[in-house]
Design a protein. Structure first.
Lengths: 206, 159
């Protein structure tokens, strides 16, 4: 995800208000929390996969906060936000069966329509229902995960002990996945997962 | 000091690097300590956490590929400088040539490593190829683009 996009969403521009006010700027640099990042994934998914316009997403975040006192609606398990038709809805903690609308004409009304929650399938949650791990990529039985408690959320190959970037770089500099796996003493599949993931990220950033 | 050289290889280095250097040098340098970060720390431990432990014993020298240019992560060289931990950073040229070159580079400057304790704590030392003419490639340690030998020569005499 381009850093310029994240900056626009979380810090706004001269012309636009930020999507969320949770960006961290106290040390002069622009930073976002893991929760912000998870929310950004959801926003990207809503825009790219479901064509939800940004103003509608902003409206949903604002309404979640103003009407239901829910911050980070896209990063929570107990207040899952879903898409029904073209409008965003939320499952409130007190009623896990019936989502209520955050945008569109049925704002505040119960809706029984089926819903979509595709962007939540790769998240793990803590006991409080807040996202704590994001499964960014899967290759065979190998997973690239982002965990804020490990390397400040940098992508890692689960179970290998190494960051995805380290194993990707090793494969590039050593000339083969097999050699990198030998040198870093991890399964070849772990290096291949890192290699495929990082190449995909480079492709997305280009 | 020379008998007690302590080298710690960062996680971005192959764990075979410290192991093979240790196997090669240990008999001649019995007090030598060469470790890989993951020998002692859980994977993914934030740099500031394990560096805090090393801060208690500034005789350790860190060897890393991390030049601190990744804005998304903690800047290891910056923390080392602030906390007085001398560290060696492989140059991009050495990194791009892979494991064997990295191992040869450390071995190529081996004797000079024993002089690093004379530098001010927290100094960043670059390990790269030396500018030699012809086909022979050498390795050298540099501080602020000056060779370590030159820097040491200009240190006050009581060092």
């Amino acid at each position: 995800m381009p850093s310029a996009t994240l900056s626009r969403w979380f810090f706004g521009t001269n012309q636009t208000e930020p999507m969320s006010r949770s960006g961290i700027t106290d040390d002069g640099a622009k930073r976002i929390s893991f929760t912000d990042f998870v929310e950004a994934l959801a926003i990207r998914s809503l825009r790219a996969d479901y064509g939800v316009p940004l103003p509608k997403i902003k409206e949903a975040i604002r309404n979640a906060r103003d009407h239901y006192r829910i911050e980070h609606p896209f990063a929570r398990q107990d207040h899952r936000t879903v898409l029904i038709g073209k409008d965003l809805h939320i499952f409130l903690k007190e009623d896990a069966e019936n989502p209520v609308g955050l945008t569109g004409p049925d704002l505040g009304q119960k809706s029984m329509k089926p819903c979509i929650e595709a962007y939540m399938k790769d998240l793990d949650y803590d006991a409080d229902g807040l996202a704590v791990l994001y499964r960014a990529f899967t290759f065979g039985d190998q997973e690239i995960v982002l965990n804020p408690k490990v390397r400040f959320g940098a992508p890692s190959v689960a179970g290998s002990g190494y960051s995805a970037e380290t194993l990707w770089r090793a494969a590039v500099t050593e000339g083969s996945i097999e050699r990198a796996a030998e040198l870093y003493e991890v399964p070849e599949a772990a290096v291949e997962a890192a290699y495929r993931y990082w190449n995909q990220e480079i492709g997305n950033a280009a | 000091m020379s008998a007690g050289l302590k080298l710690l290889f960062d996680e971005c280095c192959s764990p075979r690097l410290p192991r093979e250097l240790r196997d090669f040098y240990q008999r001649d340098y019995p007090a030598l300590q060469i470790r890989h970060l993951m020998d002692d720390w859980t994977a993914g431990t934030p740099d500031s956490q394990w560096l805090e432990a090393l801060r208690q014993d500034p005789s350790w020298i860190i060897i890393t590929k991390d030049a601190g240019k990744n804005s998304a992560q903690e800047k290891l060289p910056l923390i080392c400088r602030e906390w007085g931990i001398t560290h060696i950073v492989f140059t991009p040229g050495i990194i791009s040539k892979g494991f064997v070159t990295q191992k040869n580079a450390v071995a190529g400057v081996w004797e000079q490593l024993f002089q690093l304790h004379r530098l001010p704590p927290g100094t960043q030392v670059k390990l790269g190829e030396s500018n030699q003419k012809g086909d022979v490639t050498g390795f050298e340690l540099r501080v602020n683009q000056k060779s370590l030998i030159t820097v040491l020569r200009n240190l006050p005499a009581n060092d």
